[in-house]
Ligand binder design. Structure first.
Ligand code: NAD
Length: 485
């Protein structure tokens, strides 16, 4: 049986990568990976289980002492070499990712893959330039704070931005001197395999980065229960986070959780309407499969009519179609199960009395997994479509009469990942921003991320923060050495 599949002209190894070598699962098990574009089978991928989890953690544990002892400069050099490899293979990575998860080739070329390379460069440079070793003295004692590598880390990632999320975790974990076992999502396993090739070409020592493929409930569960794992960083859904937290609790393994959201986009009465509409329509990006998306449009009642008119006009101009076409704005959703889930939310909302201003069902002209961009109105705050993450191109619109009501609606879910405020008055926007429960608040912009800043969610949107020094705080054991003077 061949262990390579060719996607858009690029050969991709379908096996695990453990201790620097390619291995199939011990029992030979595989799972099928399908493209959301047209359902084509892209390959049979090795389906890991407990033996693969054991082997990968053992490799990471064995490689840890030497990697932790490698100088920060050498670790940074290797991370930059990985970034070089990503840049060299950018077009191949963009093509393979688009075939695998259906996100736009345009975004992968311009934004996502350059950001993958940047993640490696940023954490390499942060390690060598910014991660100070703090000293503070009294007359009689010196306190020296150091960030010590923690050990093998398990990184578990979702399918909506596969290589982006993977590099966001792999880069700081490796920079910190840890070894890694990465488990990509089973709906988008391919670019992680290319990352293994790139890391090997860059000269990363065997066992420092291990990649196991398979289902969360199988190899994922075995990894999170493993007693030799020192950190678990997870990005995904709230129900999975509960399983992982429970598994980690047995060993008290520290866990970082980046979870779902139901973020508000507030259009205050002094907002620039064109900007508000532009930002609102941007929430359909990646066919709505963005954790940070401001899916709840909260609009001051005086602006509702004009806002909806402009919104409909702009949303109707979006081009829906094949994500390989650079002119496409809106591609398919990831999987038939996801499309069914999205439509379930919409149909239940409509049956309960909501109105679809636009959309309201799959795009039957395109067939496949395309869902029409949808805007729902007539929903109460406790409606399911307002409270639950839909993870598709579905926005809700509610109005408010004053700032207090806006803040109450904005904060009125169990999530707290992000929020966007659109206002022509900086002081007004700041007053609102201070009252919002969210890991990130954008004012008159959306999605811009500075990797030096903390990133994460409040309430059920997550536990902990990553980014800049916060990533190193998580991936390291901080130690204070107190020396008598
Ligand atoms: P998911 O929770 O179903 O799966 C995520 C990963 O967890 C996959 O790799 C899966 O195999 C694994 N997994 C599943 N069960 C497991 C178990 N018992 N033990 C160990 N691993 C297990 O999430 P998804 O559907 O892939 O991703 C969508 C979700 O991710 C959305 O809720 C979205 O908001 C969230 N997300 C959050 C962020 C963020 O930064 N906050 C970013 C992207 C996506």
């Amino acid at each position: 049986m061949s262990h390579t599949t060719t996607v858009a002209g690029t050969p991709v190894d379908t096996r695990h990568w453990i201790n620097g070598v390619r291995v199939a699962s011990a029992d030979g098990a595989t799972f099928a990976d399908h493209s959301p574009i047209d359902g084509t089978e892209l390959g049979q991928i090795s389906r890991g289980g407990k033996p693969e989890a054991e082997a990968a953690v053992a490799a990471a544990k064995a490689a840890f002492p030497a990697w932790a002892a490698t100088s920060p400069q050498e670790r940074a050099r290797l991370l930059h070499a990985i970034a070089d490899g990503v840049e060299k293979r950018l077009e191949e990575l963009a093509q393979v990712e688009t075939h695998d998860n259906g996100a736009l080739i345009r975004s992968h070329r311009r934004g996502v893959m350059p950001r993958v390379a940047h993640n490696f460069r940023f954490f390499a440079d942060w390690l060598t330039n910014d991660l100070g070793h703090e000293d503070f003295d009294t007359n009689t004692r010196r306190n020296h704070v150091s960030w010590d590598p923690a050990g093998p880390c398990v990184l578990i990632t979702p399918w909506n931005a596969p290589l982006m999320m993977e590099s966001w975790k792999v880069a700081p974990a490796l920079a910190a001197g840890n070894t890694v076992v990465l488990k990509p999502a089973e709906w988008s396993p391919l670019t992680a395999s290319l990352l293994a090739d790139i890391a090997a070409e860059a000269g990363l020592p065997a066992g420092v980065l291990n990649i196991v493929q398979g289902y969360g409930a199988e190899v994922g569960q075995a990894l999170t229960e493993h007693p030799d794992v020192r950190r678990i960083s997870f990005t995904g859904s709230v129900p999975t986070a509960r399983h992982i937290s429970a598994a980690a609790a047995a060993n008290l393994t520290p866990v970082s959780l980046e979870l779902g959201g139901k973020s508000p986009l507030l259009v205050l009465e002094d907002a620039d309407l064109d900007l508000a509409v532009e930002l609102a329509v941007e929430q359909y990006d990646n066919a709505g499969q963005v954790c940070l998306a401001g899916t709840r449009l909260l609009v001051h009642e005086s602006l509702q009519e004009a806002f909806v008119e402009k919104f409909v006009q702009k949303a109707n101009s979006l081009v829906q179609g094949d994500p390989r076409d650079a002119a496409t704005d809106l591609g398919p959703n990831i999987h038939p199960r996801q499309l069914e889930k999205i439509d379930g939310f919409v149909q239940r909302a409509l049956a309960a009395g909501a109105q679809a201003v636009i959309g309201g069902g799959p795009n039957t002209e395109l067939g496949g997994l395309y869902y029409r961009p949808t805007l729902l109105t007539g929903l109460a705050q406790d409606a399911e479509a307002v409270q639950e993450e839909i993870f598709g191109p579905v926005l809700t619109l509610q109005t408010f009469a004053d700032d207090d009501e806006a803040v109450a609606l904005a904060n009125g879910t169990r999530f707290g990942l992000a929020a966007t405020v659109v206002s022509g008055d900086r002081a007004h926007a700041d007053r609102i921003a201070r009252q919002l429960v969210a890991g990130t608040v954008w004012v008159n912009c959306f999605y811009v991320r500075d990797l030096r800043a903390p990133f994460g969610g409040s309430r059920q949107s997550g536990v902990g923060r990553e980014g800049g020094t916060w990533s190193f705080d998580f991936y390291c054991d901080l130690k204070n050495t107190v020396t008598a003077q």
